[in-house]
Design a binder for this molecule. Structure first.
Ligand SMILES: [Zn+2]
Length: 546
């Protein structure tokens, strides 16, 4: 039954059944008992493409098992090429869903938003923004649907996909090492499209809180302070207010409660703790690239339908906010890149944290502690946890919401790698990240700092198929002549801080930590990445081949 499309029909409040049935999502067609398969998402995009010319569908790569990583590009005029879209000088917002394919409401919300952006109430935004959706990033995980995956969450009762990709890798721990084809494709997308804002959609695990949705931003205080301040002081407070005022959804920074409720009369000892500062996680990785990043975590104990609605409302408000502050967002991002390059060409020491601690915000914060009940899933007879939505208590406690460096090192002006067998894997990784790698065309006399380990430790338990390496030791400096062909990576490039995080020997998320230097590691022997601490003229060219 086709009842016609009007801008009103595809607003969030409209009853979905009043609209074109071909554009209903699987969640809507099944009364929110099921989530969309890859074929459902493809059919949706195909149906939507027949009804609007503002959508371009492509893939940005292939999954481990060969499935397309879908990319939907929405813009007026309809353009599908990154260079054309960059030339419009509009903010580019990239929304990725389903990185953890058991956390499926982002995928459904993305489709709802695509309808509204092309045919509904959000249509005017496409004249001023470019919006990219990767609705099913972990495409293999999505197809590994099982009624027993994440069975504690409140639906969809017919099951969801699994967290990991087909190789068992968590794609949200793969942003630095780029082991998976999915993560490599995603970073290639970042390099090509360079979105100003990246939104990553998830579902919570853990604490029983009183929010419909929690969010996170880059949490590492070694990153650009202006980026962190803009997100924490300006953007997120605006979004939090809009989400409550316009949609009635309560929200706050993502975290978990630690500690137990105090005895009657005793002081509050519980605290709220954010998760992690390391760029192996998407929101930190994007921040390390000087781009705005927002992690969205719908509350897993709300109904599937409500989680979709909260996620949809949050992304809607992000798009409206970026639209309302377009010049500010573009200006900030451009300034951060230019400013970093300027400072890296100068003399001032630029520091990078190599050890961190969680740090409380200056003042305690009222946090909403929620209540839950249990309900049995009729499909597998297992208990689901269900939020009692409007029963919560506000408790003032410390919020350990950021991570501050305990120890920092000055970044090199130039990182130096010898041209030896085995180094290609490291060069390839840097290039995959979009970092400019060069080679010396003539020998160079220079003062070099080299790190010699006095101890080398490997984690006993494998994590993401790696036994992470921790080294201790010290730097010493000596004059050396670097032969022509030596590989050099200059800090003075927009991704310079990312290059330093990958190459610093003591980095807590660098290539040494992730085993890329294992073949050369020996106590008492300098590691084969050394540092020039001053800029010096040198004859180089971009490294082509090895
Ligand atoms: Zn997740």
């Amino acid at each position: 039954m086709f009842l016609g499309l009007s801008a009103l029909a595809w607003s969030q409040a409209a009853a979905p059944l009043s609209v074109d049935p071909a554009l209903l999502t699987r969640a809507e067609r099944t009364d929110f008992t099921e989530t969309s398969s890859l074929a459902d998402v493809e059919a949706f995009l195909s149906a939507l493409s027949l009804r609007t010319d503002l959508l371009r569908v492509s893939s940005f790569g292939q999954s481990q098992e060969g499935r397309p990583l879908l990319l939907a590009t929405l813009c007026d005029p309809p353009l599908g090429d990154p260079r054309e879209l960059r030339a419009l000088a509009r903010p580019i917002v990239f929304v990725q869903a389903n990185i953890h394919a058991g956390e499926v409401e982002g995928k459904e919300a993305a489709m709802n938003l695509m309808r509204r952006l092309t045919l509904g109430d959000l249509r005017p935004l496409l004249s001023r923004l470019v919006v990219l959706f990767a609705p099913d990033y972990n495409a293999d995980g999505n197809e590994a649907l099982d009624v027993n995956n994440r069975s504690d969450q409140y639906g969809p009762i017919a099951g969801v996909g699994r967290r990991e990709n087909a190789s068992g890798l968590d794609l949200n721990r793969d942003y630095m090492k780029l082991d998976s084809p999915e993560a490599r494709a995603l970073v290639a997308l970042f390099n090509a499209w360079d979105p100003h804002v990246v939104v990553d959609l998830h579902t919570t695990n853990g604490s029983h809180h009183g929010y419909h949705l929690t969010y996170s931003i880059p949490l590492n205080l070694s990153f650009e302070p202006r980026l962190l301040d803009y997100q924490r002081e300006a953007m997120m407070p605006r979004l939090r207010t809009a989400l409550l005022d316009k949609h009635g959804f309560r929200s706050y920074y993502y975290g978990n409660f630690e500690g137990k409720p105090p005895e009657a009369g005793a002081a509050e000892t519980r605290r709220w703790s954010a998760f992690d500062h390391r760029p192996r996680l998407g929101q930190n990785y994007v921040g390390l690239r000087n781009r705005l990043a927002i992690l969205s975590e719908a509350y897993s104990y709300l109904s599937f339908e409500k989680r979709i609605a909260a996620t949809e409302a949050f992304v809607e408000q992000i798009l409206r906010d970026v639209d309302a502050h377009a010049a500010e967002v573009i200006g900030l991002v451009n300034d951060l890149d230019a400013d970093f390059v300027r400072r890296a060409r100068g003399e001032e020491a630029l520091l990078l944290g190599v050890e961190y601690e969680a740090r409380a915000l200056p003042l305690p914060v009222p946090l909403l502690v929620g209540e839950v009940r249990r309900e049995v899933n009729p499909r597998n007879q297992k208990p689901m946890t269900v939020a009692i939505e409007d029963r919560f208590e506000s408790v003032t406690m410390q919020d350990f919401g950021v991570f501050a460096p305990l120890r920092s090192v000055p970044m090199a002006r130039v990182y130096v790698l010898p041209r030896v067998a085995g180094m290609q894997a490291i060069v390839d990784k840097l290039v995959q990240h979009g970092i400019r790698v060069e080679e010396l065309l003539a020998p160079l006399d220079a003062e070099l700092e080299s790190f010699t380990p006095t101890s080398i430790g490997r984690s006993q338990r494998a994590f993401q198929k790696h036994n992470e390496v921790r080294i201790a030791g010290s730097f010493a400096s000596a004059r050396a002549t670097l032969p022509a062909g030596t590989i050099v990576v200059r800090l003075a490039q927009p991704l310079g801080r990312l290059a330093a995080y990958l190459l610093e020997p003591e980095s807590d998320d660098g290539l040494l930590r992730w085993n890329f230097f294992d073949a050369w590691l020996e106590v008492g022997k300098p590691v084969p990445v050394s540092k020039l601490m001053r800029n010096a003229p040198m004859s180089t060219r971009a490294l082509e081949g090895f």
